[in-house]
Design a protein around this ligand. Structure first.
Ligand SMILES: Cc1cc2nc3c(=O)[nH]c(=O)nc-3n(C[C@H](O)[C@H](O)[C@H](O)COP(=O)(O)OP(=O)(O)OC[C@H]3O[C@@H](n4cnc5c(N)ncnc54)[C@H](O)[C@@H]3O)c2cc1C
Length: 375
């Protein structure tokens, strides 16, 4: 068997692996990227394509998200990816939702530079997709980006190869690592630094380390409409009150428990299935809609239509579009470490496991990769 050499080897061509390959290649290192499948079909092509700094708590993670955002803008420009600086709107239809948004703005220094509270009229001026009836206001944030995950994850490997000479190996499962040696069915590689970015597969590489870390998986159901007619554009990505319960950015707000109590009383199904609803768009003009959250190691492969219908009911209470005709339904699974924002392990000298970015891999991976390559 031939042995090949690289300075940096990356396992997994999802966004975390691509971000590490990019960070290493940009530093002039010889990089090899190994992906088990013929093309990456994991969490990174199944998401909303939202770069969502506003979901991150102020401080280190928000700064990492802004760093990622800057990289996404540069990479998208250079690789010819669809990427819209459209920002986001958190919509308030209840006084308790508006109270959380007001408090967030008052108590979060970074938000004062990037966000503003809008009146209902200002909100509908900014977005023709927002329903006016019952609207009390909205938090406008300018930091969010919308990319098309299918386009980005499919395009970036070839671009890395052309632009930076990254060596690509698809349909190349890494079977074992004993640093510096990496074993695949048909090849053996040696690399000084190895980043293992293998997503929700905890069984193939370093299963003991994953088990000891307590990592688990989260399943999310998603829907996508047909392309909107006549080039209709969504504008800012949208969400509403349920989202305030989901992201840690709002966790410090004293007004949050009252909102939670009302939602628990009025919408138990949504609370039970951890549903919150985001609306984004794709390069082809389709609308991406989701999601719910189900935690555990092994997930049922079947999708629940009652959950999809609940998502659509909540969506159509705050959003309007020419059509919500659904063209595709799917689910994605991401790894998550309860209470933590990522999992960085050093199982062998020269080997770094990078995983557990939860629902924020698109938002954080590029920034995290820069930090890991500089470490
Ligand atoms: C439905 C859904 C919606 C989401 N929405 C957003 C969003 O809008 N914004 C956001 O920031 N985040 C979002 N996320 C989270 C984000 O998608 C994930 O955090 C991110 O995609 C994880 O990337 P990854 O590279 O770790 O995993 P993956 O994309 O799953 O990639 C891992 C890759 O490693 C490969 N692999 C595994 N084992 C091996 C091996 N032994 N050898 C070779 N290759 C291997 C796999 O085949 C796979 O391609 C969402 C997630 C889901 C599921």
């Amino acid at each position: 068997m031939n042995t090949f050499h690289a300075d940096v080897a990356v396992v997994g061509a999802g966004i975390v692996g691509l971000a590490h390959a990019y960070a290493a290649a940009r530093r002039g290192l010889r990089v090899a990227l190994f992906e088990r499948s013929e093309r990456a079909v994991g969490a990174s092509i199944r998401n909303f394509g939202l770069i969502w700094p506003i979901g991150q708590p102020a401080g280190r993670l928000f700064e990492r998200a802004l760093h990622s955002r800057r990289i996404w803008l540069g990479v998208s420009r250079d690789a010819g990816l669809w990427c819209v600086e459209n920002g986001s709107l958190h919509l308030a239809y209840h006084p308790d939702e508006l109270a959380v948004l007001e408090e967030y703005l008052e108590t979060t220094p970074s938000a004062r530079e990037t966000c503003a509270l809008l009146t209902p009229d200002q909100t509908t001026e900014r977005s023709h997709a927002v329903k006016r009836d019952g609207l009390r206001g909205a938090l406008w944030s300018r930091t969010e980006l919308n990319v098309d995950p299918r386009q980005a994850i499919r395009t970036l490997p070839g671009w890395l190869e052309r632009q930076y000479g990254v060596t690509l190996r698809f349909a190349a499962p890494v079977l074992g690592i004993a640093a510096p040696v990496i074993e695949m069915p048909a090849e053996r590689w040696q690399a000084e630094r190895i980043f293992v970015c293998s997503g929700a597969d905890f069984e193939t590489l370093f299963p003991r380390e994953y088990a000891a870390a307590g990592i688990t998986r989260c399943k999310l159901q998603m829907l996508r409409t047909v392309p909107q007619p006549d080039g209709w554009q969504l504008g800012p990505s949208l969400c509403a009150g349920l989202t305030l319960l989901h992201y840690r950015a709002f966790a410090h707000c004293a007004a949050l428990p009252a909102l939670r109590r009302r939602i628990e009383a009025e919408m138990p199904f949504y609370v039970q299935h951890h549903i919150h609803v985001l609306l984004s768009q794709t390069a082809l003009g389709e609308l991406t809609i989701g999601d719910h959250h189900e935690y555990g190691h092994t997930h049922d492969p079947f999708e629940r239509e009652d959950i999809n219908q609940a998502i659509l009911r909540y969506l159509t209470a705050f959003a309007q579009a020419p059509t919500f005709a659904i063209a595709e339904r799917w689910h994605g699974i991401y790894p998550i470490l309860p209470g933590q924002t990522d999992l960085i392990l050093h199982p062998q000298p020269g080997v770094v496991i990078v995983n557990g970015l939860g629902g924020a891999g698109m938002t954080l991976a590029f920034g995290l990769a820069e930090e890991n390559l500089s470490a």
